[in-house]
Design a protein around this ligand. Structure first.
Ligand code: HH2
Length: 273
């Protein structure tokens, strides 16, 4: 396990249209400066993405995605920043891991590109498999589940089995319930409330709640003002066993998790022995 719990993954969207920071980091110098700031704020790794997956987003061609992310990845790898690549394309994952990315964050869970599993297997990188209902263009059109937690868990177990069958060692796989990806407010809250059932699969769990729409629905706040709501959700997810937290607001999340870990985490357990 390359990252101790709790680990913080800082979000770096090199896109014009991401839902909360679209356009802010399109130029490599601005993106690199922001990543260095997140690192000094306590990010364990920086997740670089060149394609928005917000509800309604349109796919980006591979050459455009490469053009956006590679100068940033190369600059950050040179600076020694641990990197993750947020992509569903094998060519992008291949280029990023060759440049030094240590984790492939695939929101399609190896369903988006038939070449992805082989690239990840050959790269030696970690892999995050995320649950998504449908695709970003349509995923928020009336999503329905019988029991959302059982269905997400069964999906993640199936995708984990697929990854292992494709030659990716189980020890390298992370699982993510995909908060906001084809889910209503009630679905997102049920997944967070019963996150221990996803943790029980036995692989480390990543959660991405940062600035998302469900926080706006609960607080009435715009994206940039959802930090406190996100911190609350991340602390609750930590308590239920989540390992890694994907966030835009690294410093605040790091502080909250330090307090949570000291209170209910392994350090607190050890002191009681
Ligand atoms: N959420 C987003 C993107 N990638 N990856 C994982 N593993 N888990 C998530 O919850 C997750 C993700 C969406 O957030 P963001 O990157 O801020 O926005 P956009 O997709 O518009 O770029």
């Amino acid at each position: 396990m390359p990252f101790a719990r709790p680990a913080v993954m800082g979000v770096l969207n090199v896109t014009p249209d991401s839902f909360s920071d679209g356009g802010a980091f399109l130029e490599p110098p601005a993106a690199i400066a922001h990543a260095l700031r997140m690192r000094s704020d306590g990010a364990d790794l920086v997740d670089v993405g060149g394609e928005s997956t917000r509800p309604g987003a349109r796919p980006v061609p591979a050459d455009e995605e490469l053009r956006r992310v590679m100068p940033v990845i190369e600059g950050l790898a040179d600076a020694g920043i641990p990197l993750s690549i947020d992509t569903s394309k094998a060519t992008v994952a291949g280029a990023a891991t060759r440049a030094g990315a240590v984790l492939v964050n695939d929101v399609t869970a190896l369903r988006g590109d038939p070449g992805m599993a082989a690239v990840v297997a050959g790269s030696g990188a970690e892999l995050c498999l995320m649950h998504m209902r449908g695709d970003p263009a349509t995923m928020q059109d009336d999503p329905r589940y019988g029991d959302v937690v059982s269905e997400v868990r069964a999906f993640l177990e199936q995708r984990l089995g697929f990854a292992v069958a494709e030659g990716i060692p189980e020890e390298r796989v992370w699982l993510d319930p995909g908060i906001g990806f084809g889910k209503t407010l009630a679905h997102n809250l049920e997944l967070l409330r019963r996150l221990d059932e996803i943790v029980a699969v036995g692989r480390p769990v990543v959660v991405g709640v940062s600035r998302k729409r469900f926080l706006g629905a609960l607080t009435g706040r715009a994206e940039a003002d959802r930090v406190a709501g996100g911190v609350a959700a991340n602390v609750l997810a930590y308590q239920r066993g989540a390992h890694m937290f994907r966030v835009h607001d690294v410093a605040q999340t790091r502080d909250a998790l330090a307090v949570a870990a000291a209170t209910v985490g392994p350090a607190a357990d050890m002191e009681m022995e």
